[in-house]
Design a protein around this ligand. Structure first.
Ligand SMILES: [Zn+2]
Length: 140
């Protein structure tokens, strides 16, 4: 029998974001701890996640705007199974869906044990380091 059969396997690294031309500005801001959103310069509609064209007027004219990070809880889920081995040591963890005050929905981690309530005010922030920028929401 192999003496190392019961040894802990080497930890698996979490996957890193792979910015595309479309999402590059989002990830660059995220690395600086800033949440930015696309805004259509033709009609003014804000959108998130980054998309090529506006779903209201079909324009591809876009600018990036700073989000306040203020939001309210829409829903949440508690993940008991890691979708990637890099997250296995963190389960269970909570993913919260929020409505940002700019009128778009976003997903992030809920890093506390504080119980959630629908409509609860929250504040966005990024946890950065090791090439990562993870969006989290804290009670406001
Ligand atoms: Zn538009």
């Amino acid at each position: 029998m192999n003496a190392n059969a019961n040894a802990n396997p080497a930890p698996v690294e979490k996957p890193l974001p792979q910015p595309s031309a479309l999402s590059k500005a989002y990830w660059e801001a995220a690395a600086q701890g800033r949440l930015v959103l696309q805004r259509c310069t033709a009609c003014g509609k804000v959108r998130h996640y980054p998309r090529l064209i506006c779903d209201a007027c079909y324009s591809d004219a876009v600018e990036w705007v700073q989000s306040s990070g203020r939001a309210k809880v829409h829903s949440w889920t508690i993940s008991h199974h890691a979708f990637h081995k890099g997250f296995a040591s963190e389960v269970p963890y909570t993913i919260v869906t929020v409505d940002l005050e700019e009128g778009v929905r976003a997903l992030g981690r809920w890093p506390t044990e504080t119980p959630l309530k629908i409509g609860q005010p929250v504040q966005a922030r990024f946890v950065t380091g090791n090439g990562r920028a993870d969006l989290v929401f804290d009670p406001a």
